[in-house]
Design a binder for this molecule. Sequence first.
Ligand code: P6P
Length: 336
Amino acid sequence: MYVGTTVNQFIIEEQRRYAAGARGDFSLLISDIVIACKAISNAVRRGGLADVLGHAGTENVQGEAQKKLDVLSNEVFLRCNQWGGRLAAMASEEMVDVYRLPAQYPRGKYLLLFDPLDGSTNVDVNGVIGTIFSVLRCPEGVTEPHVEDFMQPGTQQIAAGMAIYGPQTILVLTMGHGVNGFTLDDTIGEFVLTHPDMHMPAEAVEFAINSANARFWAPPVKRYIDECLAGKDGPRGRDFNMRWMGAMVGDVYRLLCRGGVFMYPWDSKNAERGGKLRLMYEANPISFLIEQAGGAATTGTQRILDIKPSGLHQRVPVILGSKNEVERIIAYHREG
Ligand code: P6P
């Protein structure tokens, strides 16, 4: 039986190609993250059969009601990644502060940030959900990192990825040399390379935005969406289609497969808190993937990966996807 290129084989071969002589800590870190995604995928698939649906009865740092799977997925990420000696600390959407590793475990040279279950409101309705993660280097000589050690712009990421728990479980990964997709083969319990070197078309005919927020959008976004809705009779001269999954990972995976634009832009409803999506463990890792696949990612006025973070749970407006579409939206922001 042909097994194909597993994600472990791919990681080791990337290490040989781009980090010859490396000790392998980074590769082992990615392997630990992958195990966590497999475990979460298994729990998600069990759903009501394993009493993991519904609310946990608690709130996260965002004041959002936590699902049982939110709490479980966060715990899985901590347990799979805290023991290996690759990390100095972790941070998560589900935890207020930096997670300090238990004293018995050695400290490593990387920082891991993650949204363990993105789109968890989809859990109880069998919708697409996923995991998003970002890897930074820990500042030299720091063994007990504080929040400020995490405050690095997205350009400093050395790896980022997401797992999408949909009809298939797919892992999408970048380590700075392109984007590759792996499908979980349940018969061998491994992610196997199925989408090598993913690239987005520069043009698009699909946009993803929560149109219920239309009355809160800024003029440049309204202008772009109105032109899409005008279709071939309008200034764009072609018809567009709309999608909105309620889980960024699902919409972004579609962009990687066939192009399009995803927007959770500035709106007056979220103005006070800076936006809906979080910079450190949603916008930055996804923007890294999108740029590595030939796309672009902006707040409307600033490249997302250039933002100097001000807090672990900072929120930002997000507009990303096919390059020509994003550049058009940026131009509309410049014109005001
Ligand atoms: P809304 C999920 O909660 C999330 O952070 C993203 O994954 C998703 O794209 C967005 O929020 C959905 O937001 O306002 O449509 O529920």
